[in-house]
Unconditional design. Structure first.
Length: 373
């Protein structure tokens, strides 16, 4: 099973506006650069488990819960919490005590604030929005567990975070209209460290966007390639993706696609508004093969789509989902490869562990082995 293209799989090389894949045919590795764009800075969790800043245009390899790293692709989001680290700038109800730069935060520097609270004390930031995810990092400062409530200003939606002696990121989806977000204590002698407050439109939290007085926007990530001749199989081939579906867009979501022009393309996708994964072969504007099945709404999946005239197959997590004996002939050469997008639109925004491209139709046994979790 020699790859014509290997993307990720623990082998990451990045630079400004580029991330490399590899060709390992004949055990001869050749770098194949993908074009990458993000017109803003961003953050990522590095190999040491620390949050670090990444420059504009630089791909992010995220090691959160993944020792091999994953390419982090996210939608555009804005942090509406204008002070993400300086909680002395937040308003109070009662008499909470906030001490700046008291402890070491998840970014490895001493910029976490200490908060001491009694029953009924509140720390809040005024912001008018709706249907937003509120997240924050918290850790006990005295070695004891403490329960602190995250909520919108009215308390219609709230979540009790149990703060322990380990840094955790807590989040709650506030599907309401709100004028502020709050941390509220329901017990005495609360003593915790907090860091990285974020309020963003959307049902799930994305990577931390640091703010220090105004809302800040992180622009979306994109990644694509026009590979050299011979990388994409014209008469047969196999696409493989291993990605985390936990947080992704709501519309049609393209995990991987090869194409010549719009009437000639083959892709693996997630159907918009459902928890279904599918494959699609459109040749000469005619649907040659498609297969779709329900999968878990979150977590890592391994998906393979093998194509050859008269011999299609689609596998997910070691199981054959669909096959077809439909025939085809491609008049327009397949020249483009897209990761996480459909010709620069309809991004899915997944964490990619790896993506592989073969210029041969792998056997069904090989497909089952390749996709087994």
């Amino acid at each position: 099973m020699s790859n014509t293209l290997k993307f990720g799989a623990g082998k990451w090389a990045t630079g400004t506006d580029t991330v490399l894949a590899y060709n390992d045919e004949n055990s001869n590795f050749k770098p194949l650069p993908f074009d990458f764009t993000r017109a803003s800075t961003a953050t990522v969790v590095n190999k040491l488990g620390l949050i670090e800043d990444v420059a504009s245009g630089t791909p992010r390899i995220d090691f959160l819960g993944n020792t091999k790293g994953a390419l982090l692709l996210e939608p555009q989001r804005s942090n509406l919490a204008t002070y993400s680290e300086d909680f002395t700038q937040w308003s109070v109800v009662g008499s909470p005590i906030v001490s700046s730069n008291f402890g070491t935060s998840p970014d490895g520097t001493v910029n976490a604030d200490r908060v001491q609270m009694e029953t009924g004390d509140r720390l809040y930031q005024s912001v008018s929005t709706s249907n937003a995810s509120f997240s924050i990092y918290a850790k006990s400062n005295d070695g004891l567990s403490h329960t602190v409530n995250m909520r919108d200003g009215s308390g219609i939606v709230n979540y009790n975070m149990v703060v322990t002696n380990t840094w955790q990121r807590f989040d709650v989806y506030l599907n309401t209209s709100m004028t502020n977000v709050q941390l509220r204590s329901y017990e005495n002698n609360v003593d915790i460290l907090i860091y990285g407050a974020q309020l963003e439109a959307g049902s799930y939290p994305t990577s931390l966007i640091n703010t220090s007085g105004t809302a800040v926007t992180r622009v979306a990530d994109t990644c694509s390639q026009t590979p050299p001749s011979g990388i994409i199989g014209q008469t047969e081939g196999t696409m493989f993706v291993e990605a985390d579906l936990t947080h992704s867009a709501a519309s049609n979501q393209y995990l991987m696609q090869v194409r010549g022009d719009n009437p000639n393309r083959l892709f693996i996708y997630r159907e918009g508004g459902t928890n279904k994964l599918g494959c699609f072969a459109l040749i000469g504007a005619a649907t040659i093969f498609t297969s779709l099945t329900a999968v878990a709404t979150s977590g890592v999946v391994k998906v393979a789509f093998a194509y050859k005239s008269g011999d299609f197959a689609f596998y997910i997590n070691g199981t054959q989902i669909g096959t077809s004996s439909a025939t085809f002939s491609i008049a327009t050469a397949l020249t483009e490869l897209f990761i996480d997008q459909n010709n620069s639109v309809e991004n899915g925004f997944y964490n990619y562990n790896q993506a592989l491209l073969y210029d041969t139709r792998l056997t069904n046994a090989e497909l089952a082995t390749l996709t087994t979790l």
